[in-house]
Design a protein around this ligand. Structure first.
Ligand code: GLY
Length: 295
């Protein structure tokens, strides 16, 4: 979902912009587009028909983060998260506090419910309560960036699980679970069922594996397979989650428990769409896909 945003962010970074600007550029593109029904404007409502968003931003140079959770009406939650990043205290705000912070700092507020998202909510109400699942056509946008100065940044944004309970928060604004970024060792972020991802603190686990020498690809695979295996040992399914990682030297990787997980990545030469699939080890290399038809 963020190919166009990554392409724009890539152009910014190639022109010397800081990593954080690239992250925000790519994520706001997704937040503003109602076609992406799980992020920002037109996001998926909770049980009460309200679009409640979670977003986070982390600056890998200072190990600072900012996040908003369960926030309503902030047009670009990632902008609020970035503004909060750098504060020594009060950098993670929920609900009313997050909304007031956005207003006081001049961020645009709007109703995030569109006619299609309201229609989805009404359809789901009519169908009655079902098991909540991730990846039924939706999830988080996660962006990791490395700039020409070697600075890194990470960001996430989502409306969370469709038909979630009011106040439910997933992994996306939770440091170490939905995202982590340290200029020295790398960055990682996760999408999928937040309740699973938080149990494995997946993003910190990946950066920690890179710190111990793993490549981004191996770190992603080890973290995903480790949590999936542990869940199975507990008699559960293998979970629904996918991760991306970026090393300070520009290498990147991804892993998933799904059949297929697409992601976009750029380097000095180009931006391309890649995908990984779930295959028992050895996992296949991430590979460029046919870009025909991709805007
Ligand atoms: N991964 C997003 C969520 O569970 O809310």
């Amino acid at each position: 979902m963020c190919f166009a945003g990554v392409r724009d962010a890539h152009a910014l970074l190639m022109n010397g912009a800081p990593a954080g600007d690239g992250v925000v550029r790519a994520i706001t593109a997704v937040e503003d587009d109602p076609a992406y029904c799980s992020v920002g404007y037109g996001g998926l409502p909770d049980r009460e028909g309200r679009v409640m968003t979670d977003a986070a931003f982390m600056d890998g140079a200072g190990l600072r983060m900012g996040a908003v959770m369960s926030a309503e009406g902030i047009k670009n939650p990632i902008l609020a998260a970035r503004l909060l990043c750098g504060r020594e205290t009060n950098c993670l705000l929920a609900g009313h506090g997050a909304e007031r912070f956005a207003l006081e700092n001049g961020l645009e507020m709007r109703s995030m419910l569109t006619d299609p998202s309201r229609a989805r909510w009404l359809d789901a109400l009519a169908e009655g309560r079902k098991k909540l699942t991730a990846y039924t056509g939706h999830d988080t946008v996660c962006v990791l960036a490395l700039d020409r100065e070697g600075r890194m940044a990470a960001g996430t944004s989502t409306s969370g699980l469709f038909m979630k309970d009011p106040g439910r928060v997933g992994d996306s604004p939770v440091i170490g679970s939905g995202f982590y970024c340290d200029d020295r060792y790398g960055a990682a972020a996760a999408t999928g069922l937040g309740e699973d991802i938080m149990r494995g603190c997946l993003s910190y686990e990946i950066v920690s594996l890179m710190k111990r020498g793993a490549s981004p690809r191996d770190a992603c695979r080890e973290a995903v397979e480790g949590l999936s295996r542990r869940k199975k040992e507990l008699g559960e399914d293998g979970g629904s989650f996918s991760v991306i990682a970026l090393a300070p030297d520009g290498r990147f990787g991804a892993a998933t428990t799904l059949d297929l997980f697409p992601f976009a990545a750029g380097n000095d030469v180009s931006v391309a769409l890649y995908c990984v699939d779930f295959s028992p080890a050895p996992v296949r290399e991430a590979r460029p896909t046919d870009l025909e038809g991709v805007d």
